[in-house]
Design a protein around this ligand. Structure first.
Ligand code: SF4
Length: 414
C-alpha cells in the first residue's frame, strides 16, 4: 500500500498588491504518494505554479502563504524537529510551514528539488555547469555523512568550506568524488561528452541541454520529491519528448516521487498516475488518470479534453472553452462556482460555491461541481445572458505550448 509522502491541506497563498488582494491559491488540498507522478494541470493564472512555489517556500513579496499545512513524511526530520519545533510534528509527518525558516530552506535540494521552466535563469552564468551540479552533490554527501547534525548545520558547514576553499586554494569545497558524480549525472541525462561539457559555462549550452543540466542538478541531491514546473514548455517538440523520456526513465528506475505542473494534457497523459485539475486557484477535479480522462465530471475538465485534437476523426472541429479565466482579485470574486460564467450547464444552485463531491470510478475521484452529485436540471438553468456584464467573447482552448508567462491557455500538445 503506497504511503503519502506529502499531504497538503487547505493551502492558501495570496498576493497583496496595490490593486488589491489576489487569491492565487485557495484552500488547495492534495496528497502525493511515494513513488507516484502526480500531475497538476490548468490554464495560465490557475495557480498551479504558485502552488509549486508555496511548497518550496519560494513565494516572493507581495505574496505569502496565509494558511494551510504542508505535511511531509520524514521520520529523521520529525525526530530532529520534535526538539525545536514540536508543534510541527505529527508522527512521521512534519508540517514544514511550522519549521524555522532556515530549516525550511535546508529542505530544498536534499528533500524537495525543483526544475523550473527557464533553466537559463536558474543556473549561475559565471560558474561551469559541472561545478554547480557538483556543489549540489556535495551538499547531499555531507548531509548523508552527518545524519545526527541538523540539516541547516550541515549546509552551513558546506557554505563555510566553500568560502574557505575560495580564499585558500587546496581547501576546496568540492571533492573529486562530487565532481565525478556530476559528470555521471550529466551522462545520465544524455549530455554528450559529459566530462568536457562539465567545464562549460551555461551560455555554451543549448536550451535542451540546459534543461537536462537542471534535471542533473535536481537529481544530485537525491531528492525525496522532484517538483517539475513546466519542465518542457520552453523547448521545441522533439526536445520536449526527449526530456520527458529522461524523466520517465529516471522515475521508473529510481521510483522517485514527482509532482508535475503543466498546462499540457499530453504531458499529463504520458507521465502521470493521478491528476489534479486547477481553475481559478482551486483544484476543481482530481482522480486517477483514467478517472479524469475517461469519466470527467467537471465541465471545465470536459472542456479541456474537448480541446484535444482527435487524430481518428481528422477534420472535426475543436471545442474551445468560451469566456475568460476570472479575475482573482478578491473584491471581484463572487462567492459562487468560479466557472459558472463559462459553464454550459450553469444552474441556479451554482451561484453558491459547490463543495467537493465524490465522482465515479476510483475512491480518489472527486469534483467541485454539483453535477458530481446529481444530473443537470434544465429547469434550473441560468439564463444565457446571466453573466453578460462580466464575460467577454475571448476563448481559451488548445494553445501553442507556451508557458504561463505567455498568457496562453491549456494545451493538448506533447
Ligand atoms: S458547479 Fe455548476 S457552474 Fe460550476 S461547473 Fe458545475 S455545473 Fe458548472
Amino acid at each position: 500500500m503506497p504511503r503519502d509522502l506529502l499531504s497538503v491541506r487547505d493551502l492558501t497563498t495570496r498576493f497583496f498588491t496595490q490593486e488589491g488582494q489576489v487569491n492565487a491559491v485557495e484552500k488547495v488540498s492534495f496528497d502525493v504518494e511515494e513513488g507516484e507522478v502526480l500531475g497538476i494541470v490548468g490554464e495560465s493564472g490557475s495557480g498551479k505554479s504558485v502552488t509549486a512555489l508555496s511548497l518550496v517556500d519560494l513565494v516572493e513579496d507581495p505574496g505569502r502563504i496565509v494558511t494551510g499545512e504542508i505535511n511531509y513524511r520524514n521520520s529523521e526530520l520529525a525526530e530532529s524537529a520534535s526538539e525545536n519545533a514540536p508543534d510541527a510534528v505529527d508522527g512521521d509527518f512534519v508540517d514544514v510551514r511550522k519549521l524555522p525558516e532556515r530549516h525550511r530552506r535546508a529542505l530544498r535540494g536534499p528533500d524537495f528539488a525543483t526544475i523550473f521552466q527557464d533553466p537559463a535563469s536558474s543556473l549561475n552564468p559565471s560558474l561551469p555547469v559541472g561545478e554547480q551540479i557538483a556543489e549540489a552533490v556535495e551538499v547531499q554527501r555531507r548531509a548523508s555523512a552527518n545524519p545526527r547534525s541538523t540539516r541547516s548545520r550541515t549546509q552551513s558547514y558546506g557554505l563555510g568550506k566553500f568560502l574557505l576553499g575560495t580564499a585558500l586554494p587546496g581547501q576546496g569545497y568540492l571533492t573529486e568524488e562530487s565532481k565525478a558524480r556530476a559528470i555521471e549525472l550529466l551522462e545520465l541525462v544524455g549530455i554528450p561528452d559529459p566530462a568536457e561539457r562539465a567545464e562549460a559555462l551555461p551560455h555554451e549550452y543549448s536550451g535542451g541541454m540546459l534543461q537536462r543540466a537542471m534535471i542533473a542538478q535536481a537529481l544530485a541531491g537525491e531528492p525525496e520529491l522532484l517538483i517539475a514546473d513546466e519542465p518542457t514548455t520552453a523547448l521545441d517538440v522533439t526536445i520536449q519528448a526527449q526530456i520527458l523520456d529522461i524523466l520517465g526513465d529516471i522515475q521508473e528506475e529510481t521510483g522517485m516521487t514527482i509532482l508535475l505542473i503543466t498546462h499540457n494534457l499530453g504531458v499529463i497523459a504520458r507521465m502521470c498516475d493521478r491528476v489534479g485539475v486547477m481553475y481559478a486557484g482551486e483544484i476543481v477535479e482530481r482522480g486517477s488518470l483514467e478517472d479524469v480522462f475517461d469519466n470527467p465530471v467537471h465541465p471545465y475538465t470536459q472542456g479541456l479534453l474537448g480541446s484535444i485534437p482527435d487524430l481518428e476523426s481528422a477534420g472535426g472541429r475543436l471545442q474551445p472553452i468560451e469566456g475568460n479565466v476570472p479575475s482573482l482579485l478578491d473584491q471581484e470574486m463572487e462567492d459562487r462556482c468560479y466557472f459558472a460564467d463559462r459553464c454550459p450547464n450553469a444552474m441556479e444552485e451554482c451561484l453558491e460555491k459547490p463543495p467537493e463531491f465524490p465522482g465515479p470510478g476510483s475512491p480518489d475521484h472527486a469534483a467541485k461541481c454539483y453535477l458530481a452529485d446529481h444530473p443537470y436540471e434544465p429547469e434550473q438553468a441560468l439564463p444565457e445572458d446571466y453573466f453578460d456584464d462580466e464575460s467577454s467573447d475571448t476563448t481559451v482552448g488548445r494553445d501553442d505550448g507556451k508557458d504561463d508567462a505567455s498568457g496562453e491557455g491549456v494545451s493538448a500538445d506533447d
